[in-house]
Design a protein around this ligand. Structure first.
Ligand code: NAD
Length: 328
């Protein structure tokens, strides 16, 4: 019997490109699909289709001969992309089409196993108003009240995959990711998330200067390093547990703390300049009892380690970009 064949939708993106590496290391044959190839590395995929998953013809080619689908493609970005409202229609339309095509055309092609990447953004806003005590237990998702259209689309698509599981006997595994970060993620241009944005701002600012922080910086979040995210995905996919389950860190920090970690990694002392900006919920943390119970595993790597590694990579990118600009 040949290697198992995996499809990674979104293989040109941050998590998808890392996932392709991991699946190759585990002996899978991997096909990737994305609008673009990975920005910061060569793809690890055996075959890479540059194509639009909103197009059923692209999806038909993508799912052909596949055993396992990892559906990570989405129209998304950080708070500056999701919470301004400017991209709401595209986010909902594009991501819903990708999911509708993937599950239906995958089913028709005989694909039995699916991983779907949902998000902590599905949790109700009213449970996340207290920065010190956010409730993101899986069962708190309903009655639903996400604070963004991005979250509503994720919730719709969770239900879409679960409905296909019930009606067509597909095996579906769903994770709700909480702020995944690490090297080779978007670090500028408006779609970057908080850890990358902090690292970039610190790397670009001379010692003694100041960096801008959206809001008062007391809003809380947790951030999971990419390697632990992939470990969770693979464990979930190989288990008999369908989820939805949180894959996130439960080491909650304020955004000000996150900025200070980036400064520590850089060995710089900067002041924080708090300005108006898109914020999202007041507090969010991963609730990890269910994953611990069902998979016998939970993420444990300290945020500090991941931030130091990520800072080193982003500082290199900033230096390279400055050198290129200087040469022009
Ligand atoms: P990413 O933006 O780096 O990757 C998503 C990829 O999907 C991109 O490369 C993009 O080009 C591709 N894509 C978008 N529209 C497409 C289309 N029509 N056809 C083909 N490809 C298309 O994001 P990521 O951080 O790697 O996230 C992967 C998944 O995990 C997403 O579904 C995201 O919503 C989910 N998620 C991520 C986080 C996080 O912190 N990174 C948190 C929660 C959920």
């Amino acid at each position: 019997m040949g290697a198992k064949r995996a499809l990674v939708n979104g293989a040109g993106g941050f998590i998808g490109s890392h996932l392709a590496v991991r699946l190759k290391e585990e002996g899978f044959w991997v096909r990737g699909v994305d609008l673009k190839r990975p920005e910061f590395s060569d793809t690890a995929c055996d075959e890479f289709i540059v194509g639009d998953l909103r197009d059923p013809n692209v999806v038909r080619d993508a799912v052909d001969g596949i055993d396992d689908v990892y559906q990570l493609a989405a129209d998304m970005g950080g708070a500056g992309y999701i919470f301004t409202g400017e991209h709401d229609a595209c986010v909902m339309h594009n991501s819903a089409l990708i999911n509708l095509n993937t599950v239906e055309l995958g089913r028709l092609a005989g694909v039995k196993r699916y991983f779907y990447s949902s998000s902590a953004c599905i949790y109700p806003e009213h449970n996340q108003l207290d920065a010190d005590n956010p409730d993101c237990e899986e069962s708190s998702a309903y009655p639903a009240a996400p604070d963004s259209e991005y979250g509503w689309e994720k919730l719709f698509s969770e239900r879409l995959y679960l409905a296909h599981m019930r009606n067509y006997g597909l095996e579906v595994h769903i994770a709700r990711f909480h702020n995944i970060f690490g090297p080779q993620g978007t670090w500028d241009g408006g779609r970057e998330k908080a850890p990358a944005a902090m690292c970039r701002k610190v790397a670009e600012t001379p010692d003694g200067g100041s960096i801008e922080i959206w809001g008062d910086g007391d809003q809380t979040r947790s951030f999971l390093y990419i390697d632990e995210c992939l470990e969770g995905v693979r464990r979930l996919m190989e288990s008999d547990f369908m989820g939805p389950v949180n894959i996130g860190s439960d080491e909650m920090v304020t955004i000000n703390d996150l900025a200070r970690l980036a400064m520590e990694a850089a060995g710089k002392d900067l002041t924080l300049d708090h300005i108006d900006g898109p914020l999202g919920v007041r507090g969010r943390n991963s609730h990890n009892d269910l994953i611990g119970e069902r998979l016998g595993w939970r993420p444990e790597a300290p945020l500090r380690e991941g931030m130091f590694t990520t800072y080193a990579w982003i500082a290199e990118q900033v230096a390279a970009a400055a050198a290129t600009a200087g040469a022009k």
